[in-house]
Design a protein around this ligand. Structure first.
Ligand code: 4AD
Ligand code: MG
Length: 477
């Protein structure tokens, strides 16, 4: 028999029918009311049992966390809070749960505590909602690109190149650490390793994505990426998911337009398809905000914020214009920034990005044309000879959510840059082939999926928007 979902029952699809439902007990009140959840939606199904039918010992087994099957008729609920409930004729326990040991009691648990039991937190309202929103957004990413005629490309996770320079990398090896092969110079001899070279986990699929775009025109990747930087912040993971579209014959303007359209689409998709979960997460965030002092509270609630981003144009300005605004800003003059902005060329920190977005413009901002010196080698050099056609999309509460650029398609200019930075051109020979044979202007960007998740769910810590977070010192589960 096909499993019946609680979501469909609560949508009224089984009115008056006798069915069997299966799920996990959230609460059991007065030996009579079981709140049953199967993860198909936020809400529980109220299963009403006649306790006189059962032995005392049996009723004791209906505990928070236990799984069970209930058979009965779906009737209109006289109680508040739900339209439908089940009048159960029989209940069978499927999996017992020792109430003294089950860590998820029907009360509020801290997010820190739940992180320690990440294998069980999916059974809470908050994490059930986060998992469901995450799924919907994954689906929306593919839907958006598919409908636009982009092709999804799987780029390698194990890579021999680290030319991207986006962060510290994790080595992938099968060498025996107790007996490492050495070169005559005494260095580890990776020629003896599985791939006969030093391999690592990728920080980005971009370079391989570019090769695909220069044949398929418009592609995107959506894969895991790994960065071993020791940044213990609420916005960094060591393993995160990134969406990287790459488009031939797009310039920087086309790139910015696509990035804006894409994130707005995703926000709108969540509003349209995850209404109950977002309403719950909005309330959670509002409760959390109430704990903060007045001046630290956000002006907008979660849903307001999402609508605002979906419905308003992002502000676009150059890095140079941003530097002027920041240099003359109050926190800079009063030395409130940790890193003061003095000169053109300074790298922007998250405090500066957030000032621009949250205080100055009060909306998402796209900064473009950054100094070449603070950006990656593959970005296209502008006419001025000192800036590159880079762009970052900055979001309220998050800071950088997207980073991208128009790519340097001119072989000579690119080669010069590679040599100037001391990157081994031989290692990038395959990449340079794209510029040797039918090169074309092209652009792309990377959206950090978990940063987007943070924005849409209102969760303050990135460790709470991925099922099993990886960060320094933590790779449990
Ligand atoms: O700006 P990044 O480093 O850009 C790239 O990797 C390019 N190859 C993208 C491209 O042009 N195809 O990273 C892109 C995005 C950031 O804007 C941020 O949202 C996210 O990835 N990100 C992280 N998210 C979580 N944890 C980390 N440690 C992250 N580092 C970057
Ligand atoms: Mg970046």
């Amino acid at each position: 028999m096909a499993k019946i979902r609680i979501k469909d029952i609560l949508d009224g699809k089984y009115a008056g029918q006798k069915i069997t439902v299966k799920g996990w007990v959230r609460t059991f009140r007065n030996d009579r009311f079981i709140a049953l959840n199967d993860g198909s939606c936020l809400a529980n199904l109220q299963v009403v049992i006649d306790f006189e039918q059962y032995e005392e010992a049996f009723l004791k087994k209906i505990t928070t966390g236990a799984s069970l099957a209930a058979t009965g008729t779906i009737v209109e609920s006289p109680g508040k809070g739900q339209a439908w409930e089940m009048q159960a004729e029989s209940v069978a326990i499927i999996g017992l749960s020792d109430p003294d040991k089950y860590p998820l009691q029907p009360k509020k648990h801290s997010l820190e505590f739940l992180r320690e039991i990440a294998h069980l937190r999916v059974r809470t309202n908050t994490f059930g909602a986060i998992y469901r929103v995450r799924h919907n957004l994954i689906y929306a990413v593919h839907k958006f690109f598919h409908e636009k005629g982009f092709y999804n490309v799987h780029t390698p996770i194990i890579t021999g190149s680290d030319a991207e320079g986006a962060g510290e990398m994790f080595t992938v090896t099968t060498l025996d650490f107790d007996n490492l092969p050495r070169t005559p110079e005494g260095e580890v001899d990776f020629k003896e390793d599985f791939f006969a070279r030093h391999t690592k986990l990728t920080v980005s699929g971009q370079l391989e994505g570019e090769t695909a775009a220069l044949g398929l025109s418009e592609i995107y990747t959506f894969g895991p990426t790994f960065r071993a930087e020791n940044s213990n912040t609420s916005r960094h993971l060591a393993e995160f998911w990134m969406i990287e579209p790459e488009m031939a014959f797009y310039d920087l303007d086309d790139n910015m337009a696509l990035a804006e359209e894409f994130v707005k689409y995703l926000v709108r998709f969540a509003l349209d398809h995850c209404a109950d979960d977002l309403a719950f997460l909005a309330k959670r965030l509002a409760d959390e905000e109430k704990q903060k002092p007045q001046h630290q509270r956000q002006e907008m609630g979660l849903l307001e914020q999402l609508h605002f981003v979906a419905d308003n144009d992002f502000e676009r300005l150059t890095y140079s214009e941003a530097i002027e605004i920041l240099r003359n800003s109050k926190p800079n003059k009063k030395k409130k920034f940790k890193y003061l902005i003095e000169e053109w060329g300074a790298d922007l920190q998250s405090e500066h990005e957030r000032y621009l977005v949250e205080k100055h413009f009060k909306k998402p901002v796209i900064l473009y044309n950054y100094p070449a010196s603070i950006k990656a080698f593959y970005m296209r050099l502008n006419e001025d000879g000192k800036t590159v056609a880079a762009m970052d999309v900055l979001f309220p509460g998050i800071g950088e959510i997207i980073g991208g650029s128009q790519r340097e398609e001119r072989y000579e200019v690119l080669l010069q840059k590679i040599e100037m930075l001391g990157i081994d051109a031989q290692e990038l020979d395959w990449y340079l082939d794209t510029r040797r044979f039918g090169t074309a202007p092209h652009s792309g960007f990377g959206l950090g999926f978990e940063r987007l998740m943070q924005f849409i769910t209102g969760m303050g810590n990135i460790r709470d928007v991925i099922p099993f977070p990886r960060f320094p010192g933590h790779a449990d589960f």
